[in-house]
Design a protein around this ligand. Structure first.
Ligand code: NAD
Length: 248
């Protein structure tokens, strides 16, 4: 997986899965721009650009700045996302719009802004961070799951639309991953250590997925080695999808 001469943008690249993806792309030789609400948190040697994926003007400015500074864009890792807990009754319309605007429309906006640059590339790839939630029927996750179901459908249709112009579009479906996101979730539990042990026990392979394992899948799908692969969702979930298990 060599990326010398290739240019990548990673949304949500300042933390967790995105940070691991940006670091691996850079290690493999790519120029990498992190587009994030907290660009100051981006890793060393990365181009850090402030971007709110829920704001079209912010996305257009950030994607253009990334392309100008790197001399183009070959790879888009659409990874920025937020969680939501509850049922359709406990999340009101405003919350549904807010989370869809980030998790789904964020990927639409960033991809749309990047397409003119991707069309100029001979190794163009988009990789979306989806989730096992897209298909697992998780309790208390109606809103979050619906956004990830939309990301899965979006990935498939974009793969079909952009295949003729040589742009591949795939997604990864992580299981519960050991990122700051899960850290924040655990910190609100009455007994974080017990909650963490319970989360680990629920994974088929007995532990949380690491951000590096997910990054490796994203980077593979983004790489020229995956040149014959488009429209797939790659599970990185310790077997959860295969066994049809439900994380909480
Ligand atoms: P994280 O909270 O550690 O990192 C998310 C990053 O996205 C942060 O740097 C944050 O600043 C950025 N971000 C949030 N809203 C943004 C916005 N509007 N514009 C730009 N940047 C924004 O989370 P993570 O666990 O690394 O999750 C990353 C992705 O992986 C998300 O799409 C999430 O849905 C998905 N995912 C996570 C898990 C998990 O268990 N952690 C499982 C499946 C899927």
């Amino acid at each position: 997986m060599e990326f010398a001469g290739l240019k990548a943008i990673v949304t949500g690249g300042a933390s967790g899965i995105g940070a691991a993806t940006a670091a691996l792309l850079k290690e493999r030789g790519a120029a990498v721009a992190v587009l994030d609400l907290q660009p100051e948190q981006a890793g060393h040697g990365l181009i850090a650009i402030h971007c709110d994926v829920s704001d079209d003007g912010s996305v257009r400015r950030a994607v253009k700045e990334a392309a100008d500074r790197m001399g183009g864009i070959d790879i888009v890792a659409n990874n920025a996302g937020v969680g939501a807990q509850g049922t359709i009754e406990s999340n009101d319309d405003d919350e549904w719009h807010r989370v869809f605007d980030i998790n789904v429309m964020g990927m639409v906006r960033v991809s749309r802004a990047a397409l003119p640059y991707l069309r100029e590339s001979s190794h163009a790839a988009i990789v979306n961070t989806c989730s096992v939630a897209a298909t697992a029927g998780l309790p208390q996750r109606a809103l979050y799951s619906a956004t990830k179901g939309a990301v899965l459908s979006l990935t498939l249709s974009m793969a079909a639309d952009h295949l003729p112009e040589g742009i591949r579009v795939n997604c990864v479906n992580p299981g519960t991953a050991d990122t700051p996101w899960i850290g924040r979730l655990l910190s609100t539990a009455p007994d974080p250590a017990a909650e963490r042990a319970a989360l680990e026990a629920r994974q088929p392979h007995g532990r949380l997925v690491t951000p590096e394992e997910i990054a490796a899948a994203i980077v593979y799908l983004a790489s020229p080695l995956a040149g014959s692969t488009t429209g797939v969702d790659l599970a990185v979930d310790g077997g959860m999808q295969a066994l049809r298990l439900r994380p909480r």
